[in-house]
Design a protein around this ligand. Structure first.
Ligand SMILES: Nc1ncnc2c1ncn2[C@@H]1O[C@H](COP(=O)(O)OP(=O)(O)OP(=O)(O)O)[C@@H](O)[C@H]1O
Ligand SMILES: [Mg+2]
Length: 284
């Protein structure tokens, strides 16, 4: 008798050999609200891809399932050939997925350098007792961690004189840079960026866009981006997935997505709704 596995069961192996991540039918429900509705999604290895959509479309919720912060209510997620559906965030980090957050999550009273050193703890071998006793091998490991954090901060373009500053005293753009450095310090294969240019001026956004390409080209990283700035999205993405009310309404290259009537409608609809809201507030 044949013991061959049907092709459709080979999630994350042969069926999606050129995808570093693939998600099938992923769902998330909050109370009665379907925040992410049966989304199929994949990221080609070495690609730069984006998820866009109006506010509340489910973009961050989708990220939270990819990184293990939320447990999906349905569907499967595979990363680099491993099923990571509802896997613990620290395990997913160890497998090679790192992220930044929509709302910056740095330790404000820690320096830029310390924040990045924390990001490497997933890779550190020293146990609690070794750290407390400051055994020689632990000191050596700490020195290596510090050196790597310094190098990574330099790589993301933080001015060297700022690395010992308390991170809450730094500019928004610099804090975003530190967050990216912290994510990179865990040696990811896949980097997820949730609205990295939010609050940046056009010049900073352009610099970050160039930096994403550099990360991919020099370090071979795969990048998934959530972004509202259409100039950034259209300029850097090879593939764009559009969510609206949790549903994938379109997918394709920038030209295809820009011309898709459903996308135009989703965005126009939300802009009109916002304008009406603003008007109502003005009258209230
Ligand atoms: N922890 C939660 N509990 C309950 N509802 C949630 C939770 N997280 C998100 N939601 C809801 O799920 C929907 C999708 O939210 P999500 O934050 O994923 O949207 P988004 O596309 O990232 O939006 P934005 O562009 O504003 O960041 C929203 O209606 C939101 O209120
Ligand atoms: Mg969001």
């Amino acid at each position: 008798m044949s013991t061959q596995i049907p092709a459709e069961r080979e999630v994350g192996t042969e069926a999606v050999a050129d995808s570093i991540l693939s998600a099938q039918g992923v769902m998330k429900i909050f109370g009665g609200l379907v925040a992410v509705d049966s989304v199929d999604f994949s990221i080609p290895r070495g690609g730069i891809v984006s998820i866009i959509g109006p506010n509340g479309a489910g973009k961050t919720t989708f990220f939270n399932m990819l990184t293990g912060l939320y447990k999906p209510d349905g569907g499967r997620i595979a990363f680099d050939g491993v099923d990571i559906t509802a896997e613990r965030p620290d395990i997913i980090t160890k497998l090679g997925v790192a992220r930044t957050f929509q709302n910056i999550r740095l330790f404000g009273t820690m320096s830029a350098l310390e924040n990045v050193m924390v990001g490497q703890h997933a890779r550190m071998k020293a146990g609690l007792f070794g750290s407390i006793l400051r055994l020689p091998h632990v000191r050596r490991e700490e020195a290596a961690v510090r050196e790597k954090a310094e190098e990574t901060l330099k790589y993301v373009g933080l001015r060297p004189d700022l690395i010992h500053q308390m991170s809450s005293n730094l500019s928004y753009g610099d804090q975003r840079r530190i967050e990216i450095a912290r994510a990179l310090a865990s040696d990811p294969k896949l980097l997820l960026l949730d609205e990295p240019t939010a609050g940046m001026n056009p010049e900073e956004s352009a610099r970050l866009t160039a930096f994403m390409r550099k990360l991919r080209d020099e370090r071979g990283l795969t990048i998934l981006l959530i972004e509202h700035d259409m100039k950034v999205v259209m300029g850097v993405s090879e593939k764009i997935t559009v969510l609206d009310h949790g549903v994938k309404i379109a997918e394709g290259d920038p030209i295809e997505v820009r011309q898709n009537p459903r996308v135009v409608e989703a965005y126009l609809g939300s802009r009109e709704a916002k304008a009406a809201e603003a008007e109502a507030e003005g009258q209230g």
